[in-house]
Design a protein around this ligand. Sequence first.
Ligand code: GLN
Length: 513
Amino acid sequence: MTSELYLQSATELAEKLRAGETTSEELVKIFLERIKNLDGTIHAFLFVDEAGALETARQVDADRAAGKELPPYAGVPIAIKDNLVTRGRPTTCGSKILEGWLPPYDATVVLKLREAGLPVLGKTNMDEFAMGSSTEHSAYGLTRNPWDLERIPGGSGGGSAAAVAAYLAPWALGSDTGGSIRQPGAVTGTVGAKPTYGAVSRYGLVAMASSLDQIGPVTRCVSDAAALHTIIAGHDPLDATSLDEPVPDLSTAVTEVVANPNTTKLRVGVVKQISGEGFQAGVRQRFDEAVERLRAAGASIVEVDCPSFEYSLAAYYLIMPAEVSSNLARFDGVRYGLRVLPESGPVTAETMMAATREAGFGPEVKRRIILGTHVLSAGYFDAYYGSAQKVRTLVQRDLAAAFEQCDVLISPTAPTTAFKFGDKLDDPMAMYLNDVATIPANMAGIPAISVPGGVAPEDGLPVGIQILAPARGDKTMYAAAALVEAQLATSDTPMPPCPAARWTTTAGKEAAK
Ligand code: GLN
């Protein structure tokens, strides 16, 4: 039985730990072993913290043996995205410019994981500075989708999603600026949630676009996501945008739905602009089926109109780079990581900074810094950045009006299933279009989650269903997500186990060849 512990959810593992049926050290060793045998192929991790994870695990086990009262998930290991700073442990953000940097402090969420007794297995791969939808923009190589090794695991948090999908970790943390938790969730058949803006502290999350960034859970089921969200949420004086209010009881919301999934009074809105038109046929089919299942369970379905969504992607790709250009100014060869001196000419602070940034940043990061600097420049500010901010307000108003008619909104998470490596790499616009359904939630600061919606008939690859709720409505969001999950679990198109479920230590090497 022990060998199958890796297949279990974080909540199941926590129960086993409490019942004395396993130890944290045993669990950490199982996942470290899987990482050792399978991550050469998947490449979900940039850094594996064997010593740190074992140390936490042994401490938790000793405390439990001594009869100490422990937090509910103490001892369940986790993986975290490499843009969360970890004291004395590498934090690269998938960029050469941070190679070798050891942060002097822990992000607030990392401290919270520590308080909760969660051993951190390591840091996961990502598009450089969280810019991308495929993890192909990492300076440290690809992460492979455990459903099909020739396909992308989504991005920017492809590493966290692939680690959870391939059972290299029971759960993980990601960050979501325009969809980087949800879209990887959709294409790897995992659950990914972006909390309400401000619900989780951003202190120690290396900033991409501060007004859009939010840390959130990556899991295999909705109840794990609600539990992990609860662990990391809460007011933090170190983040000026942190909400100063109690964390809602998210797990109870899920349990109530799971106990009674066939009668609901939920009012569900289908947004006309992101209801699947132009999306891959199988994505649309699975989405339509999910909506019908909700209707059959008693939900009332209304169509809502959000006309500004049409401009939301364009506005995001002006606001986000503007913030990127400012946030990434700090990587200058003076304070962190890489320093490169010019090959010729005088060595001044300015030439050193230019040489460092030229060598340290990849093409997508440079593209966005240049674009962001341009849209903020005098003469262009009003036309681009100013207009984009107006669109942002319109998106917020559209959503506020929509939520007067319904409790949650539903859409496909991504327009297609996982695409092949290289398919969109040379076409930034095609890459950006992956975010069309996920961006509005970041623009409005509202919570949103992606849950598995079965596989597309044409390619057998996972489809994600997205649920959006009003700001501070995280509880409603998890309840609706649990409903979709429970409904689809009994439908004709359930999610088959990811092939990685069958990759035992030796079989994995075979499957992965
Ligand atoms: N794909 C989006 C982008 O490239 C999302 C990024 C994110 O959420 N970090 O900007």
